[in-house]
Design a protein around this ligand. Structure first.
Ligand code: SF4
Ligand code: SF4
Length: 217
């Protein structure tokens, strides 16, 4: 790693707290000339009330989802997962880009050590691997270990989270692991009873965040 270019991801503690802010503020990411995440996803969800965003995107790239629970519109990407609004390596609708793009932060995957350099995730994985957090306190380090524990827990119980949208997508897993990480602080017995309790507490937290995501759209 010594010869590789690394990027300062900032202080882990304040960064983690910003990810647990239920107002879901826009992420402040020093992307530089990187646009890797704009060529990664199948589709980008847009809230039906994101009027300026929807008005800026040609209708042929939009697909309405007839699911009243989510009420989303999808911005469809190409067969190679490139967003049609990405022009010459930059977002052509940056000032009105979807909320999903504004809150996206690939450091989430760095925090969860979910570095996927395969297939369509390759370019983003390269960037994720280059972030380096700093840790001001022992508690910050303990919290990152709890995030890693939470990742392992989610993968250990995939069926428990299926109804919450479980996928092996690194960004989904990393985001959820951060949200439930406080359950993994401190010592606990590893037995069937505590596992079942953790599943139920994790699902409750994920459900709360799903409601928040729906509300801020
Ligand atoms: S992959 Fe990360 S660094 Fe690159 S544009 Fe997306 S958020 Fe920014
Ligand atoms: S809308 Fe803009 S920021 Fe969002 S994926 Fe497309 S190009 Fe990237």
């Amino acid at each position: 790693m010594a010869d590789e270019l690394l990027y300062d991801a900032g202080d882990f503690g304040p960064w983690l707290r910003s990810k647990l802010d239920s107002s879901m503020p826009d992420a402040v990411v020093a992307c530089g000339d990187c646009s890797a995440c704009c060529s990664t996803f199948d589709a980008i969800p847009i809230g039906r009330d994101e009027h300026a965003t929807l008005a800026a995107i040609p209708s042929e790239f939009l697909q309405r989802v007839e699911d009243q629970a989510t009420g989303k519109v999808l911005l469809l990407t190409s067969e190679t997962h490139v967003c049609p609004m990405l022009h010459d390596g930059a977002c052509s609708i940056y000032n009105v880009r979807p909320k999903a793009c504004r809150i996206f932060d690939c450091r989430t995957m760095a925090a969860a050590d979910l570095v996927d350099k395969e297939g369509r995730h390759a370019a983003m994985g390269e960037r994720v691997d280059e972030w380096v957090f700093s840790y001001e306190t022992d508690e910050d380090r303990a919290r990152q270990l709890a995030v890693l524990d939470a990742v392992e827990f989610i993968y250990r119980h995939p069926t428990a989270f299926r109804s919450r949208g479980f996928s092996y997508e690194p960004s989904w897993t990393a985001t959820q692991a951060i949200r439930i990480h406080e359950l993994f602080l401190g010592n606990r017995e590893k037995n069937q009873e505590t596992e079942i309790l953790l599943i139920s507490e994790s699902v409750a937290i994920m459900r709360r965040w799903a409601d928040i995501e729906h509300r801020v759209d």
